[in-house]
Design a binder for this molecule. Sequence first.
Ligand code: GLC
Length: 436
Amino acid sequence: MNQEIRERTKWFMEDRFGMFIHWGLYSIPACGEWVMSEKEMTVEEYERYFHEFDPVDYDPVKWVRMAKKAGMKYVVLTAKHHDGFCLFDSALTDYKATNTKAGRDLVREFVDACRQEGLKVGLYFSIIDWHHPDFPKYGDRQHPMRNKEEYKDEKIDFNRYLDYMHGQVKELVTGYGKLDLMWFDFSYDDMCGEKWRATELIQMVRQYQPDVIIDNRLEGAGDNHGSIVTDQPNIYSGDFASPEQIIPPGGVCDEKGEPIPWELCATMNNHWCYCNFDHEYKPAEMLIRKLVECVSKGGNMMLNVGPDAKGRIPAQSIAILEEIGAWMEKNKESIYGCGICSLPKPEWGRYTQKGEVIYAHVYETPLGSLPLYGIAPDKLDRVYYLADGTQMNRGEAWNTVLYDDVAFVSFGENPVFTYPLPDKTDTVLKVILKDS
Ligand code: GLC
């Protein structure tokens, strides 16, 4: 992994926690942003949502404030998804928010809201476009018209599509001030890399936004990291890997075994966009522990919300964000700027680390004192309960002498006090070691 990528991704790897927002015309049928493909809808059939789109409650400041309160540091909005509809005022198409009942550039308001609230700004942009006439249809893996014989011998000019797609990216990187993140989505089969004229695209983006962080999907996707994990990343390899709905077992490393930047993107329920019948939300407790897991493996977590057709984030998502925020408020120090710990994973939870400081994330109640695995008694200086700063007592006693290579911390005089833990989601201890 080259130095340039390391430098560029510095803030990103420190911030650790972001919000993904999937919102567009597909929020009206409310059954997945792939509905056009899944139901094999024609452009005309799908366009009825374009005529209906009327997000009367759109207020991106509210969204961004929710993200901020949850402890998220950056937000990525779908400026355009695979259906080709643009939330921004593209001069290259009429298929945009400005021409709906919304009547305005919704990306502009989003970008302004992020800046106003001091969060980093990211835009998701689909390099796939099911609305554009020059995108391959028949036989494509996922185009809505993939099975329609009438498109079999259709003559398209794919370069014309690429000019259009590049033109829209240029509009985004030149028209909205400094962007912190561009999230392209996605490559598949031979639709990858130079097929998208990716070198040219990246050179153009870098010309206007030299510091913007870019994902790896101009050549990869959730199932393929692309050349970012090799010794010789392509210019369009991106700056981070983007595992989707899975936390890589050992984090993400390049061929030399060096950890590289990565970001898990995950849904709260089982859909990216608003889905009014999907109530299978992951509990906040689980999502907090998954965030910790990502950090302990050197990665970020970007957690998704899918606002409804009117522009409102679902109540369940808001409740989850609030719970996460309450935990983050007390424990953020063990997340921001933290990463992989030099010690192996302890059996009662996880370690994260920032410089010399180790954070013990305790999930399982010890019977008696807690063994700080990997830390020798003479190496331990002091331990605090992170949530309120209380200094904790050492736990070594007559019954720990058999384990004298491990430091112990006391959870109280009476073992009964250790159940339940002060924070049943994740009780964080700040562990200070002696100078070596
Ligand atoms: C996949 C899906 C897309 C979603 C993305 C988020 O690529 O195609 O709908 O936006 O994952 O990571």
